[in-house]
Write a protein that binds this ligand. Structure first.
Ligand SMILES: [Zn+2]
Length: 379
């Protein structure tokens, strides 16, 4: 139109929500269905859980890390996800390990679920494998899904599975969920507690980190115990990342990060995705969803003050945890963004939190695999 402003309309002018790329969700398991729970649709607006395509569109959820998480093996006789009292106690035990054959079978089911969603989405959801694809998705409004494994149980210690999974699209791995495996040990659901709850990485764990560096797979530190954290920091060549963890100084659960860990993440150029779990945000650590959104804002504030806003992002844990009632689900994201704006985060800071910080970290982390050796083999 002659005389009109050639600049693209701003988010505020169009009323469109700020596009948020998010550090963690567990929607794949609820879409797949498990342990007697019926599968649910990702494409129809539901009232269960937190995330589906319509609610993502409403709230500005532009994409994120889609977790493949292996539930406990029912055959092992301990089917409960975790011993779940009203509150996490100071003595809670670590959930038991799961075997690799069961983990691989479940991981294939959930990975297949993600690729099926992509195929059935009519171009609305795309599994992204590099930053150029991710940027294109953010620009065109295509929901961007990063294939993430939350716990490396499905991967054999010789790492052959890793090579195959990378080529299928795996771009992010948390070495552990909250249990031990062949590579490392996670933290229990204990409160209050330090994250120094067990041994560091095994030799296979160190090899896994090196292989991830070589392939360009992000290593996620959320759920890892403190000794494991420092072992990864020593081995890795990539920025340190915790996709869905908060500040231990405010909420002393071992799932949150000590100031010394935050400082290491900041020095490495990494990022922390703020987890919306009320039990990781409230001072008392209780799983009470009657918790104001401001409890999350306090963690955004603390982490930004400690590390700088360029090291903070979103890490919702949608469909994996209890979040504040007022936030409710992915459609409620604009209410959190408004609360952050009210707390003093300006447009530039909000864009960093929403996706720019993740883009920077992934640009430094997702590199092409190293060239083959002289023999032509990568061994
Ligand atoms: Zn988690």
């Amino acid at each position: 139109m002659p005389g009109s402003d050639p600049a693209p309309p701003s988010t505020a002018a169009t009323g469109a929500p700020l596009p948020i790329f998010d550090g963690h969700n567990d929607v794949l398991l609820s879409v797949y269905g498990y342990e007697g729970r019926a599968p649910r649709s990702f494409f129809q607006r539901g009232d269960q859980g937190h995330l589906d395509l319509p609610r993502a569109r409403e709230g500005g959820f532009a994409g994120g890390f889609f977790a493949v998480w292996v539930p406990p093996d029912p055959a092992a006789g301990r089917p409960e996800l975790r011993p779940a009292p009203e509150e996490d106690s100071a003595e809670a035990a670590l959930p038991p390990p799961v075997g690799q054959p069961f983990a691989l079978r479940m991981a294939m089911a959930l990975t297949g679920t993600l690729f099926r969603l992509e195929a059935e989405s009519g171009g609305e959801l795309r599994v992204v494998r590099d930053v150029a694809e991710l940027r294109t998705c953010l620009e065109t409004g295509t929901l961007a899904a990063v294939l993430h494994y939350e716990g490396a149980e499905a991967i054999d210690p010789q790492l052959n599975t890793l090579e195959v999974l990378y080529r299928a699209g795996l771009r992010s791995i948390g070495l552990v969920w909250s249990r031990p495996n062949a590579f490392a040990e996670g933290v229990p659901f204990r409160f209050p507690s330090s994250p120094d709850t067990g041994p560091g990485l095994t030799a296979a764990g160190r090899e896994l980190v090196r292989a991830c560096n070589r392939l360009g797979i992000m290593v996620d530190l959320s759920h890892l115990n403190e000794r494991g954290f420092w072992d990864v920091a020593e081995v890795t060549t990539a920025p340190l990342v915790a996709t869905h963890s908060n500040a231990h100084a405010l909420t002393p659960t071992p799932r949150n990060l000590l100031d010394t860990q935050l400082d290491a993440i900041q020095r490495s150029g990494g990022v922390v995705g703020v987890n919306f779990a009320v039990s990781f945000a409230r001072e008392d650590g209780r799983r009470d969803t009657d918790t104001p959104i401001d409890a999350l804002v306090r963690h955004f504030d603390y982490l930004s003050d400690r590390m700088g806003v360029e090291h903070v992002a979103f890490g919702s844990d949608f469909d994996g945890t209890g979040i504040p009632d007022d936030l409710h689900d992915a459609a409620g994201l604009p209410r959190l963004v408004e609360a952050l704006r009210h707390a003093g985060f300006d447009d530039a800071a909000l864009r960093m939190l929403a996706h720019e910080n993740w883009l920077r970290v992934l640009e430094r982390t997702w590199r092409a695999p190293a060239a083959t050796t002289e023999s032509g083999l990568t061994l």
